[in-house]
Design a protein around this ligand. Structure first.
Ligand SMILES: NCc1[nH]cc(CCC(=O)O)c1CC(=O)O
Length: 319
């Protein structure tokens, strides 16, 4: 019955993606799942503002949706059926006519230190680390205060070229991207996720579609691509981020995990000031059904405990 029903659905699926190597890895990952399920995926490359503007730090472009806008427009016109994003790069609130259909199984969440120097000493007093993330810059000030953070924009390959040219001793990157690009051999340190708490969504691939995509096709794609544990964890993290009213340009962090028996969701999240001096964090546990409420409540608590002041200071500094 079910297969007869599904066989009436269109089977060719147009997957929209950015053209960077990491984005293409993600799109091929999605395509592999679809092919294994008997569908016929096709990859469509779409260039975004984030790919074009490489000379400015993300917090200066007005980062909201900088890697997603053009993909979302293609979903609306039907030029593509689904868009593939790093979950970390997806705005906390997406437009009302679009939806997040699936979150794929999460990779190891940590930030890592990557260097060509196999003997890299994280304690050397003149250490220069390349990063373009507000969160990582602030955390470096707190946890590696002797290090200097230097701007490192561009895709992974561009950043590695800058590293090779000697602009920094090392880069701080997400393990997920480094591993997917097969640069594991350059990882010198895995930063503890209890200090360098990752960004919301780090390590997962998000699938977006138009709300009015054929319901049976939506259900089928969800069944093939969604990872339930990752989905509930990201629901908590994204509710936290939405309540903080920040995108990737504020130094917030959030990591949710689910206990092996699936009964308890733990959310560890907070906000750090740009100078690293204030580190407001909190851990809450709840049943997974309360994932979103937990994210909202944790964010409200962080804001009340000085987080709002940190955000106001950041906005004033940038204005
Ligand atoms: N903001 C860029 C970005 N978006 C997703 C990843 C890595 C892969 C992931 O976290 O899913 C990266 C690079 C990085 O942070 O090192």
């Amino acid at each position: 019955m079910v297969s007869e029903f599904v066989s009436k659905l269109k089977t060719s699926i147009r997957i929209g993606t950015r053209g960077s190597k990491l984005a293409l890895w993600q799109a091929h990952h999605v395509a592999d799942f679809l092919t294994a399920a008997g569908l016929s995926p096709e990859i469509v490359i779409i260039t975004t503002k984030g790919d074009v503007v490489l000379d400015r730090s993300l917090d200066k472009i007005g980062a909201k949706g900088v890697f997603t806008e053009e993909l979302e427009e293609s979903l609306r016109t039907g030029h593509i059926d689904i868009a593939v994003h790093s979950a970390k790069d997806v705005q906390s609130t997406i437009p009302a006519d679009l939806e997040l259909l699936a979150f794929m199984e999460r990779e190891r969440v940590n930030d890592v230190v990557v260097s060509f120097d196999a003997n890299l000493d994280l304690q050397r007093p003149d250490l220069v680390l390349g990063t373009s993330s507000t969160r990582r810059k602030a955390m470096l000030k707190r946890f590696l205060p002797h290090a200097t953070a230097a701007e490192a924009r561009g895709n992974l390959q561009t950043r590695l070229r800058k590293l090779e040219e000697g602009q920094y001793h090392a880069l701080v990157l997400a393990y997920a991207g480094v591993h997917r690009m097969e640069y594991d051999g350059l990882i010198r340190h895995i930063l503890p996720e209890t200090q360098f708490i990752p960004a919301t969504g780090q390590g997962s691939v998000a699938i977006e579609c138009a709300r009015n995509l054929e319901p049976a096709l939506k259900a089928e794609l969800h069944r093939i691509l969604d990872h339930a544990v990752t989905h509930v964890c990201l629901a908590a993290e994204r509710a936290f981020l939405r309540t903080m009213e920040g995108g990737c340009s504020i130094p917030s962090f959030a990591l949710a995990t689910l206990s092996p028996d699936g009964a308890t969701l733990q959310l560890h999240a907070g906000l750090i000031s740009l100078d690293g001096q204030q580190f407001i964090e909190e851990t809450r546990t709840a049943p997974p059904a309360e994932a979103e409420a937990t994210g909202v409540q944790l964010a409200e608590s962080i804001l009340a405990r000085g987080g709002q002041q940190i955000l106001d200071d950041i906005r004033r500094e940038r204005a």
